[in-house]
Design a protein around this ligand. Structure first.
Ligand SMILES: *Cc1c(COP(=O)(O)O)cnc(C)c1O
Length: 421
């Protein structure tokens, strides 16, 4: 790995201070302060020997000298914009390596294909994002992978007993915390403890955490024992509703095999998207901090509103709640996702959404604009009624992703729409 300056007088700089410069040198590009978009499919070798050496490095026949980066060959393997964006993303989670993908789903599916084999058990939390749910319940079983699901109340002993009862060996534990849309938390350290019990020399049993909802600002799963952090970079990391991308982060040992699968499956992202991610990373800290502050105000307004039955928001957890201690231990803040139940079921939820101004009605989340949707008929419409009941996805539930608008204006718009309920 190349070494980039990340300290002054031995003091480590904060990630937000490094987002404009880390991983890029202006003298690579005529002094351009921003990295150009390297819109190219292939790279010219200076000599046949260099081409041979680059291939030896890429295929693992030679080890890089200290500080040497594998040379550029072809943009399905590597590309300057992708590498710079990857280096910058590692800083937030304190990860050794990052691999960027075409989408959150390609990061998740490529990771699953890297670490699961026919006959393995995939242990996965419940509920999961709709696309991930379809992957683990509908697609991976076609490859002989059995799936065991568990919810936020499972203890390590419960989980071990349920795994052992299947007679199968876990290949990976995949969790999403907080869950969508109910903000239930899964205990990462508990999952790490369970995975360690099944780990052998040639079976890493990684704990992979989809950190899309709180990360990379308010949750750092690697510090709690996770092995791989997964993102839909489409959400907060991209943050402007103008790109689709994903990422997997962790140790070099665990990310390299994922990168090899990425090269062959062709699930890498392109230079233009990687460049847009660099643009987005510069404001990630101020966007997420502002979004979180505003969400706190909106959640408070909703809690006090007579037409709102309940608000599912991490910032409202109180001592004594079964998830409170876990929240304090595992999260650095409540984030900016709120779900709330309006009085009157689906008709009332629809009246609310249809009367909402300023806030756009759309799926997705984490963008500069606030978004609202109805999980039961939209993002979670594939789930059975029983699964919705178990997950707390009720008919009156509305999900809000809070953006960077003025909090007073958001509260005005929400109050007005609630009058129509
Ligand atoms: C959106 C999302 C995904 C899928 O990401 P894409 O970029 O749409 O492929 C996965 N997990 C979570 C939690 C998400 O919100």
């Amino acid at each position: 790995m190349s070494k980039w300056k990340d300290e002054i007088d031995g003091k480590r700089l904060h990630p937000e201070s490094l987002m404009m410069s880390y991983g890029y040198r202006p003298d690579w590009s005529e002094g351009a302060i921003k990295s150009p978009i390297f819109q190219t499919s292939t790279f010219v070798f200076r000599s046949a020997e260099e081409g041979q050496h680059f291939f030896d490095l890429a295929l693992g026949r030679a080890q890089p000298a200290d500080g040497e980066k594998p040379g550029l060959i072809y943009s399905r393997l590597n590309n300057p914009d992708i590498e710079i964006a990857e280096d910058r993303l590692t800083l937030w989670d304190g990860a050794e390596e990052c691999a960027l993908f075409k989408s959150g789903m390609s990061a998740i599916s490529t990771t699953c294909l890297t670490y699961l084999r026919p006959g393995d058990l995939l242990v996965a939390s419940e509920p999961l994002y709709g696309g991930t749910h379809h992957l683990v319940e509908g697609i991976l079983p076609q490859f002989g992978i059995e799936v065991l699901r568990f919810g936020c109340s499972a203890t390590a002993d419960d989980l071990r007993a349920r795994i052992d009862a299947t007679g199968k060996t876990p290949g990976m534990i995949l969790i999403e915390t907080p869950s969508n849309p109910t903000n239930d938390l899964i205990d990462i350290a508990m999952c790490a403890e369970v995975a360690a019990g099944y780990r052998t020399e040639d079976r890493p049993v990684p704990v992979a955490v989809d950190n899309t909802f709180l990360g990379p600002m308010f949750s750092h799963p690697l510090e709690h024992g996770a092995d791989i952090v997964l993102y839909s970079a489409t959400k907060y990391i991209g943050g402007h509703s103008d790109l689709i991308a994903g990422a997997a982060l962790g140790s070099a040992k665990l990310i390299e095999p994922i990168r090899e699968f990425r090269t062959i499956l062709g699930t890498q992202t392109g230079p233009w998207t990687a460049w847009l991610i660099m643009r987005s990373l510069e404001t990630l800290q101020i966007r997420m901090t502002r979004q979180q502050e505003t969400a706190g105000r909106v959640a408070g307004f909703l809690r006090d509103h007579p037409k709102v039955l309940k608000v599912l928001y991490l910032g409202h957890l109180e001592p004594g709640h079964p998830q409170y201690d876990l929240y304090k231990r595992q999260c650095l803040g409540p984030g900016a996702m709120i779900a709330f139940e309006v009085d009157g079921g689906q008709p009332a939820a629809f009246r609310f959404l249809n009367n909402l101004s300023l806030i756009k009605m759309a799926v997705s989340l984490g963008s500069t604009e606030s978004l609202a949707e109805h999980p039961k008929t939209m993002t979670h419409s594939e789930a059975t009624p029983e699964a919705c009941d178990a997950a707390g996805v009720t008919d009156g539930l509305v999900r809000l992703s809070i953006g960077v608008e003025h909090p007073d204006d958001l509260i005005l718009a929400i109050g007005k729409a609630l009058e129509a309920v």
